[in-house]
Design a protein around this ligand. Structure first.
Ligand SMILES: NC(=O)c1ccc[n+]([C@@H]2O[C@H](COP(=O)([O-])OP(=O)(O)OC[C@H]3O[C@@H](n4cnc5c(N)ncnc54)[C@H](OP(=O)(O)O)[C@@H]3O)[C@@H](O)[C@H]2O)c1
Length: 358
């Protein structure tokens, strides 16, 4: 039988680990770059965490930086001035241990590069970068500097998702042959949104496809080939795409992502003996349905601690406290390989990002 399920459980969730969620007194002082939607959600979960201090936030704008700092209780705030970006001021603060990059995709590389060069650990939002070239450069720099680096692919750390890999490993659904995963919603046609901005790395691919891909990779490992169709708007931003993947085992996956259609946003993993369907949305499911071919249907339900970002934040904390420079659950090689898959898809669809010229 092929051993499927390729993502190991997070270090902090390993059975038998000593009281993983007790404060150790070895506190990480966080610096958050950007004040948008995800920065606020992840900061709220950081505030729930043992071993973390909300030290500093940076914004392009002084008012936004100060308001965000006040709202969430950061000790300091930084902003762009005299031609120096706010994030650079934050990186220059010796009290910051780790920088969380919550800017749009197009800005990830420059901000993460500056933080790593300054000797800071980095947790960088998904998609990791806009292309494999940028990902490779960040990984190399992190290793040279001897600091921790991870893509904030929170889905990999959720109890429900780790349960999926456990069920697959148990053999309950047999050999996995097929994964079908979709994510989509009709995004408002707001020209100021990063979702539609080609410079910010807008489009379904970097924003959404990374999640269906996480499910396919978790069940089947890295694909050996990808074939894509997609639709681009007049700015060259992909509004939706469908990707067919083939894996070394011969298994296949069909992934769809859309910024223009309402989608069920679920993942189905089909094996020779049964299937598992995620709850919706697949990036943070609270339930799983498991069906054996001639058996009964079973539903398993899960609670999320905080908004669900606590798991990746704990993993980051535990890795750094243990001296690990990357997480076994979200290894840098996987982030790089995902960017390579996305580069291959882009070549087929004709999607270009401003950073590609670098
Ligand atoms: N893990 C998740 O669940 C999740 C969910 C949503 C998004 N994300 C990821 O998080 C990142 C940010 O997404 P978001 O939804 O938070 O976006 P957003 O609401 O538009 O916020 C992005 C923030 O980045 C800062 N920024 C810096 N340079 C910018 C630029 N050139 N254009 C626009 N904003 C810029 C802005 O803060 P200042 O003006 O204060 O500098 C802005 O508020 C993306 O990589 C996205 O894929 C992850």
């Amino acid at each position: 039988m092929t051993v499927n399920a390729h993502i190991p459980a997070p270090a902090c969730a390993l059975p038998g680990a000593p009281s993983p969620f007790k404060a150790t007194g070895r506190t990480l002082r966080w610096g958050v770059v950007a004040t948008g939607g995800i920065a606020a959600k992840v900061t709220a979960d950081l505030a729930l965490l043992e071993d973390s201090t909300l030290h500093a936030v940076s914004s392009r704008d002084a008012g936004r930086a100060q308001a965000f700092a006040r709202r969430h209780g950061f000790e300091r705030s930084y902003h762009d001035d005299d031609g120096v970006p706010g994030y650079q001021h934050l990186v220059n603060d010796p009290a910051v241990d780790i920088v969380y990059v919550a800017a749009p995709h197009g800005q990830h590389f420059e901000i993460a590069r500056s933080a790593l060069a300054g000797g800071k650990h980095v947790l960088c939002e998904k998609a990791f970068t806009v292309n494999a070239h940028e990902a490779e450069a960040l990984i190399k720099l992190a290793r040279t500097k001897g600091v921790f680096l991870m893509e904030a692919m929170w889905t990999r750390f959720l109890p429900s998702v780790n349960r999926v890999w456990e069920i697959i490993r148990s053999g309950e659904i047999g050999d996995v042959k097929w994964v079908h995963a979709d994510l989509g919603f009709p995004a408002p046609a707001d020209p100021s949104s990063r979702l539609w901005d080609p410079v910010a790395g807008g489009g379904a691919l970097l924003d959404l496809t990374v999640y269906p891909l996480t499910w396919a990779i978790g069940a089947l490992g890295m694909p050996s080939s990808a074939t894509a169709i997609g639709a681009l708007n007049d700015d060259g931003v992909d509004v939706q795409n469908a990707i067919g993947l083939t894996f070394p085992s011969g298994a296949q996956a069909q992934l769809t992502s859309s910024l223009v259609s309402a989608c069920p946003s679920v993942a189905v993993i089909s094996g020779t003996k049964g299937w598992i369907r995620s709850g919706s949305p697949l990036h943070s499911p609270r339930e799983l349905t498991v069906q054996q071919v001639h058996g009964q249907t079973r539903t398993e339900r899960f609670e999320l601690a905080g908004a669900g970002y606590t798991y990746e934040l704990r993993e980051t904390t535990r890795c750094i406290q243990s001296g690990l420079l990357e997480s076994p659950t979200m290894p840098l090689e996987d982030s790089l390989n995902v960017m390579r898959v996305l580069d291959g898809v882009r070549a087929q669809l004709g999607i270009r990002y401003a950073n590609d010229v670098r």
